[in-house]
Design a protein around this ligand. Structure first.
Ligand code: SAH
Ligand code: SF4
Length: 373
């Protein structure tokens, strides 16, 4: 093993971890705070350029630590300005994986959509990431590293404002299935010495891992989005198989608990519009009855097609009618604009490249099946 492989990667260590790390070789906690500023605010990865650190502290760091960021293997920009990076992730020998990170510019804000796992085990029926199976969790460094890299590439506007104003965990993977690594990454996004994003500008999207929603309520304050996609268990069991384990009657109370505990404004429910499957007027009415009276918003996502899927996108008219019925039923609803179509960067189209995958389906029973690609 090379010396470099034994160095600790400082990327992904939240404040308390970094303080403990520097204390390990006799440095005071304020050194960790200086490091945070250098790494995240100034985007610096080279200790020799961190000029206000004492020389011997820098030398100590160079021996024990590094700031190791993922490598960009492709960088494409769509006609609407959406930009997608493919990032190489180390895997077992000869089995490197590639994940995707997407930047979506909009008037007044810039949203970075990041991945939390390589593939996904939850196998939602209409999702390209799910269809490819699960390979592994990303480390905290690989999760925050996506923000670090995109920030380096995008930089600041002429007023000195960072181009990335919002981060959404809506790329590849189920963030709450990788809780251990997602939590420190989110803490760094919120930390005033990290990216200093307000809690409303960091959104975690989950397919509904109920126990982890309760845990999240104790640990961090971010905006919560929940992939509902169906107004009843019969349909949701089919579209989002984790529903067989955590049905709607368990999921919704977990959402309301999160709001109460974190003093949040509302939960956003994502609902992918699948032609003839979940887009009928009776579905809209049923959904309105389910959510009416709660602090809930519905975001309707036109289905994004990908090779091999059996689903089709609902018509624009069906989507508008669905929204109108929700609003009439007293539930706030919006329609998500599809972005990055010409570079396959839209929701649910992120596939990456998963070699040596392990297909794990989570239903009523856990079944694990290794597949060599
Ligand atoms: N695993 C998390 C976050 C990633 S998916 C989750 O499921 O919430 C982000 C959103 O895109 C989810 O709401 C997901 O259901 C939706 N999605 C997945 N595949 C899609 C597709 N083909 N078209 C439109 N939306 C899709
Ligand atoms: Fe995984 Fe989310 Fe895709 Fe479901 S929709 S398979 S949870 S990434």
């Amino acid at each position: 093993m090379s010396v470099a492989a034994e160095r600790a990667n400082l990327l992904g260590m939240h404040r308390a971890e970094l303080e403990a790390f520097v204390a390990g070789f006799g440095a005071k906690p304020y050194r960790a705070r200086q490091l945070l500023k250098w790494i995240y605010r100034r985007g610096e990865a080279d200790f020799s350029r961190m000029t206000d650190l004492a020389r011997d502290f820098r030398a100590g760091l160079a021996e024990r630590a590094e700031v190791c960021v993922p490598e960009i293997v492709a960088d494409r920009t769509a006609s609407d300005g959406t930009r997608k990076w493919l990032l190489r992730m180390p895997g077992a020998a000869g089995n490197e994986q590639v994940i995707e990170t997407v930047f979506i510019p909009e008037p007044g804000r810039g949203t970075l959509c990041i991945s939390s796992q390589i593939g996904c085990a939850l196998d939602c029926a209409f999702c390209a990431t799910g269809a490819q199976g699960f390979n592994r969790n990303l480390t905290a460094a690989e999760i925050i590293g996506q923000v670090w890299l995109a920030n380096r590439e995008l930089g600041y506007d002429p007023d000195g404002e960072r181009i990335i104003s919002n981060v959404v965990l809506m790329g590849m993977g189920e963030p709450l299935a990788n809780y251990r690594n997602v939590l420190p990454a989110m803490q760094l996004m919120l930390d005033d010495l990290g990216y200093d994003l307000s809690r409303r500008r960091v959104t975690l999207s989950t397919s509904g891992l109920v126990p982890q929603i309760y845990r999240l309520a104790e640990d961090v304050n971010v905006a919560l989005a929940v992939s509902l996609h169906a107004p009843n268990d019969r349909l949701r069991d089919e579209l989002v198989p984790i529903n067989r384990r955590h049905p709607i009657a368990e999921l919704l109370p977990a959402c309301w608990h999160y709001l109460e505990r974190q003093n949040g404004r509302s939960v956003t429910f994502e609902y992918t519009m699948l032609d003839g499957v979940n887009d009928r007027p009776e579905h809209a009415r049923e959904l309105a009855r389910l959510l009416h009276g709660h602090h809930a918003k519905v975001n309707l996502i036109p289905f994004n097609t990908f090779p091999g899927t059996k689903y089709q996108r609902s018509s624009a008219e069906a989507i508008r009618r669905f929204r109108d019925l929700l609003m009439q039923g007293g539930v706030m609803a919006t329609i998500r604009k599809t972005r990055g179509d010409d570079i396959d960067a839209a929701c649910g189209q992120l596939r990456g490249l998963v070699a040596d995958r392990t297909l794990v389906r989570l239903g009523s029973k856990l079944v694990s099946l290794a597949v060599r690609a």
